[in-house]
Design a protein around this ligand. Structure first.
Ligand code: NAD
Length: 500
């Protein structure tokens, strides 16, 4: 592993357009502070240094945002779809035009390498473009009707949508919620993750510049401490008709419980525990490359990251040697340093969990093939962990059950197809799974049996604006992306005209 000077101070956050760095909420077309004036600090995970602050909003601010979104709803849903689409395209163009600034803000507050942050801007923007195109195609149905009647189904926006997003993809997660909501005529209140509010606020600044009507999108920032009460104002508000959430399963369940009293529609994109299976008949080089792509993006802090890697006995040794060589060659360092592939983890809590999983694995007989430790030299205030491969992993280890959310690959050896499919499905989660095999019949069998919302077959990069992203079991429900991505923001209405 190459470690690039961890003591290097982050370069100052220099932006071509400094006005994109916002420090206020955006409610009813106005940038404003929290009503009680409270603030919440934002720090750089590469240094621990606080470099900005944002409002620490309360229920009162959330209520103001809901008032604004509710007041804007009738006008926005009546806006012709083509007009909504044009505004989305303008937003899309502005996001792309400001890629460098958005990427810098993102890397500064989240820690991901700049090259990855630029990639995330393009990825998030692709959802805005996609839903701008879908906005004009929300057709209904004419139902073959009995004589004297005309029966029809029309699609309507659900109403005010509350979007709550995590820190790991500060731009893409919120873009792929706001874009479909706006496309169908919903209005939005949003609350970004406490560690990464600045990217979301910059994105909303570009919504303002694109010229969307006042109140159509509103955003409030809040600390971890105040978030439950702030979001609770939306959960209890019967005018908020939908919650779209990406984050942990525990918080997803809380939102499902608490929104039951107003029976809101819910989309929950929750945690995963993805299996990655390599069969004896796989192309080993392609499998290693696929694993590197899917595991180490964002330092392993990705919900679709392989968490358990199963390798068939016949190629276990060959695969593990090639993998260890690739992992050992990764470059770790601060986001802005040239060539960095793995940045700091988001916070102390995150790196503590990774260290706990590795220590537990070693205690239960796992062998550290590379990495396995915190990188602390020169990294005071930051949270680096060495990219790690653990051999001889077993199901009793904590990392077999729980998302590690870091740059750690545990290798489990298996013998038969039946055994590995059973092991892969032996988890409450069901977001993504991957497998590599050159055997056509096996590909069909295994794809059919894996209990996940997404399956990568001889492919590690599965996310795309063109396809439905989402999970089953305790990874949640609802889909983002593709032509299916609008459905979660739509309600159907049946019209029955008689006496014809
Ligand atoms: P988290 O659940 O702790 O936080 C997510 C969001 O929920 C944040 O905005 C947070 O402020 C908010 N939140 C926290 N407590 C809340 C409460 N009581 N009421 C309302 N809102 C609350 O998750 P995280 O640690 O930020 O993100 C990591 C998790 O997200 C992982 O489990 C990961 O797998 C999951 N994730 C899933 C997907 C997906 O598409 N399925 C994508 C990215 C991340």
């Amino acid at each position: 592993m190459t470690v690039i000077d961890l003591s290097a101070q982050a370069t100052p956050l220099e932006l071509a357009r400094p006005e994109l760095l916002r420090s206020q909420n955006f409610i009813d077309g106005q940038w404003c502070n929290a009503q009680d004036g409270k603030r919440h600090p934002v720090s750089n995970p590469a240094t621990g240094e606080v470099f900005a602050d944002v409002p620490d909003s309360s229920a009162a601010d959330a209520a103001d945002a809901a008032d604004a979104a509710y007041a804007a709803f009738e006008g926005w849903r009546a806006t012709p779809a083509r007009e909504r689409s044009k505004l989305l395209k303008r937003w899309h163009a502005l996001v792309l035009a400001n890629t460098e600034d958005l990427a810098r803000i993102m890397s500064h507050e989240q820690g991901k390498p700049l090259a990855e942050a630029r990639g995330e801007v393009a990825y998030g923007a692709s959802y805005i473009e996609w839903f701008a195109e879908e906005a004009v195609r929300t057709y209904g149905d004419i139902i073959p009707s009995p004589p004297g009647k005309k029966m029809m189904m029309v699609k309507e926006p659900v109403g005010v949508v509350a979007a709550i997003t995590p820190w790991n993809f500060p731009l893409a997660m919120i873009a792929r919620k706001i874009a479909p909501a706006l496309a169908v005529g919903c209005t939005v209140v949003a609350k970004p993750a406490e560690d990464t509010p600045l990217t979301a606020l910059a994105l909303v600044k570009l919504i303002e510049e694109a010229g969307f009507p006042v109140g159509v999108v509103n955003i409030v920032a809040a600390s971890r401490e105040h978030t439950p009460a702030t979001v609770d104002a939306w959960l209890k508000d019967e005018r908020v008709r939908k919650i779209t959430f990406t984050g942990s399963t525990a918080v997803g369940k809380h939102l499902a419980r608490e929104s039951a009293s107003t029976l809101k529609k819910l989309s929950l994109e929750l945690g995963g525990n993805a299996p990655f299976i390599v069969f004896d008949d796989a192309d080993v080089d392609a499998a290693v490359a696929g694993l590197m792509v899917s595991k180490f993006r964002n330092g392993g802090q990705t919900c679709v990251c392989p968490n358990r890697v199963y390798v068939q006995a016949g190629i276990y040794q060959r695969f593990s040697e090639k993998l260890v060589a690739a992992v050992a060659a990764l470059k770790v360092g601060p986001a802005h340093a040239a060539g960095v592939q793995i940045g700091p983890m988001i916070n102390a809590r995150a790196v503590d969990k990774i260290a706990r999983h590795v220590a537990d694995a070693v205690k239960l007989g796992g062998s550290v093939l590379t990495g396995g430790k915190r990188l602390t030299e020169g990294a005071e205030g930051a949270h680096y962990f060495a990219p790690t491969v653990i051999g001889d992993a077993s199901p009793a280890m904590e990392l077999a059950d729980e998302e590690t959310f870091g740059p750690v690959v545990p290798l489990f050896k298996f013998e038969t197809e039946d055994e590995v499919v059973q092991a892969a499905n032996d988890t409450p989660f069901g977001l993504a799974a991957y497998f590599f095999s050159e055997n056509l019949a096996r590909v069909a069998r295994v794809a059919d049996r894996l209990q996940t919302g997404i399956v990568g077959i001889n492919e590690g990069a599965i996310s795309s604006e063109m396809a439905p992203f989402g999970g089953v079991k305790e990874s949640g429900y609802g889909r983002e992306g593709g032509r299916y991505g609008l459905d979660d923001y739509i309600q159907t209405k049946y019209l029955c005209q008689g006496n014809l």
